[in-house]
Design a protein around this ligand. Structure first.
Ligand SMILES: [Zn+2]
Length: 248
């Protein structure tokens, strides 16, 4: 699926005569950072590749960076099994920082892309059971709720006036302390709102997904930062509107 060693770190045990199929970016990364335990892919593709062996068929597809660059969708149409690793961890709110992902806009988008497949079973990685569409929808709802609170936090604390309350409090040599307090205040706002929320089925998030009480604050940090760097926020990143050049 992708170049991370927690998924392909034992690939070398299959020997040198095995065909290894991956995205071309996966090959590029493994060539750049060589690891004898992760041999280079022998077949690569850019957008789509169909693999057929006898009566079995796999449809491989790349839709852009999400968890990491080169992370592909692997679909078995006959069995209706989709393998998409490190996006949804069925039954869990997933590992810290959106499963230690790189492109958070792409990672959020991947939930939609998973749901575009006609699948009955999702192999998501890092969990002891497979997932269903319901698991994907639940994970999507959790991160949509979080996004709502991230936008509220940015509205309150990322405006010039809101941020000034953190930065105009003392001597400039303490700038790093003000920054930490500013970011953590947004993260704490999002975390508290999400944990106390009564969700769409009447339960708390901690009743619906494992890891909510421990991992929400890490996801909140990642989502706050991805909103600040990857997404437009009501003119926040649009020059000339809202007087927001201060934060760009
Ligand atoms: Zn990974």
């Amino acid at each position: 699926s992708h170049w991370h060693s927690d998924h392909i770190g034992a690939a070398s045990m299959y020997g040198a005569k095995v065909e290894i199929i991956a995205h071309e970016i996966t090959r590029e990364l493994l060539a750049r950072f060589p690891d004898p335990l992760r041999p280079l892919p022998t077949v690569t593709f850019k957008e789509n590749l169909i693999v057929e062996l006898g009566v079995e068929k796999l449809e491989l597809s790349y839709k852009g960076a999400n968890h990491c660059p080169g992370n592909i969708f692997i679909y078995a149409p006959k069995q209706k099994v989709l393998t998409k690793i490190d996006i949804v961890s069925p039954g869990s709110c997933t590992f810290m920082h959106c499963d230690a992902s790189e492109n958070i806009s792409g990672w959020i988008e991947a939930h939609e892309q998973i749901l575009e497949y006609d699948f009955d079973f999702l192999v998501g990685g890092h969990i002891v059971r497979w997932g269903t569409r319901e698991d994907v929808l639940t994970s999507q709802e959790y991160f949509r709720d979080m996004q709502t609170y991230v936008e509220e936090a940015l509205d309150r604390m990322c405006s010039p006036e809101g941020a000034a309350e953190f930065f105009m409090t003392g001597p400039p040599e303490h700038y790093a302390v003000y920054t930490e307090n500013w970011i953590n205040s947004m993260v704490n706002y999002v975390t508290e709102k999400l944990i106390i929320k009564t969700t769409s089925n009447g339960q708390k998030w901690s009743d619906r997904l494992a890891g909510v009480t421990t991992n929400t604050k890490y996801h909140a940090y990642t989502l706050v930062e991805s909103n600040r760097t990857e997404r437009s926020h009501k003119g926040y990143q649009k020059r000339g509107t809202g007087g927001t050049d201060y934060f760009i």
